[in-house]
Write a protein that binds this ligand. Sequence first.
Ligand SMILES: Nc1ncnc2c1ncn2[C@@H]1O[C@H](COP(=O)(O)OP(=O)(O)OP(=O)(O)O)[C@@H](O)[C@H]1O
Ligand SMILES: [Mg+2]
Length: 437
Amino acid sequence: MLKKENILLVDDDVQILELLQRHLKAMDYHTFKAVSVKEALFILKDTSIDLLITDINMPGVDGIQLVKYVAEHYPQMPKLVVTGFPSVADALSVIQSGATDYLTKPFTKTELETAVKKAMALSGRIKSTKNQTRAQGHADMIGASAAFQEVTEIIERVKDNRATILVRGESGTGKELVARAIHYSGKYARAPFVAVNCGAIPENLLEAELFGYKKGAFTGATEQRNGFFQAAHGGTLFLDEIGNAPQSVQAKLLRALQEKEVTKVGSRKPEQLEVRVIAATNTDLEEAIGKKTFREDLYYRLTVVSISVPPVRDRKEDIPLLVQRFLEKYGVEYKDRFVRITPKALAVLERYSWPGNVRELENVVQRAIIMSDGEVDVEHLPNSLKYKIPFPEQGLVSLREKERQYLQEVLMAMEGNKTKAAKILGIDRKTLREKLR
Ligand SMILES: Nc1ncnc2c1ncn2[C@@H]1O[C@H](COP(=O)(O)OP(=O)(O)OP(=O)(O)O)[C@@H](O)[C@H]1O
Ligand SMILES: [Mg+2]
């Protein structure tokens, strides 16, 4: 039997939602309801939706913006807009937003049925491409720069086989995201993805956690247990911070990779497993080999395929795209709408060197959104960023400008309280007011 198709209904009017749901259920569709765009985005993220039906006028983010968002992120999904104002201008703006079709309120059951069938037929025609894009676990990964394209290309090449992969890169560059993208875009996506941080588990426990243990293997081993390897059977085991794995574990890992079998702690009977291992490191493994803290043979086993995730400073073209993604994500989360950024503030972000890479960028944007009022400007960015300018002569500003910046900084720290700010600046309130002017 054919799987029921999923329809996402978005309307702040619960009665309309229910009416739509009743009609669509009768037509044998499966429905999801959202009373706001924010809720709709959460459902879109986790569910495979075949058709979107949305109202336009809603508090917070409106339906047109949702349609634009869906057009951009799920281009193949048909979008049906329900509108109460059937003026020509409205109809035009609806269609321009990328909507497939629109339905005017009040509509009859037959009108709804016709519109849905038409939209579904359209989606049927493009179904094969739709499934392709949905399978792409990289949907969450941003990167159009040449440096990042190399990463995406390797992912494409390795996602469907079980070759061991080493992902390298500075802290916060997205190594774990790459590992997940490989798993979730490949043909083993339905099997488990198990992530283990080798640096976070105490040395004496890591071996048992990874490979499992037999009853009585050590004090406290009251019954047999599986480890992460067994848990990842059929899928992917992500070994984060592999450089921190102790020598005893390294030896056992090597065997697991070579023989494709693992032995529980306290056991002699090896178990055959089908597991793809993706390891990650932000430390220099070659140096660790030199210091004899990392086994060379394991290193060669791990680097069959090696992916280097470039730092943000080497792919500055991606900064605006990343910023856009985080504005959408956290804008909806914190402010219930899409937050914008001024060109000036974006320029500051583009100029910075991002030693903490994407993670730092994500945190900065997140914080700026919270501080802002729907539009991120330079004042919402941390000072460390604003004054870090790579060219010496550019970093030097006039005394007057410096004074202005400092006044602003103090005022911001005092949350706009001029009395407190004046006190810190060592001037009286009147002088401060004059300077501010
Ligand atoms: N290309 C990208 N597009 C969108 N988000 C990204 C991208 N790269 C990284 N991120 C985000 O940045 C954050 C850090 O990524 P991740 O945890 O994968 O980095 P990491 O390299 O594993 O860091 P660490 O070395 O500190 O463990 C995550 O929130 C991730 O979602
Ligand atoms: Mg990580």
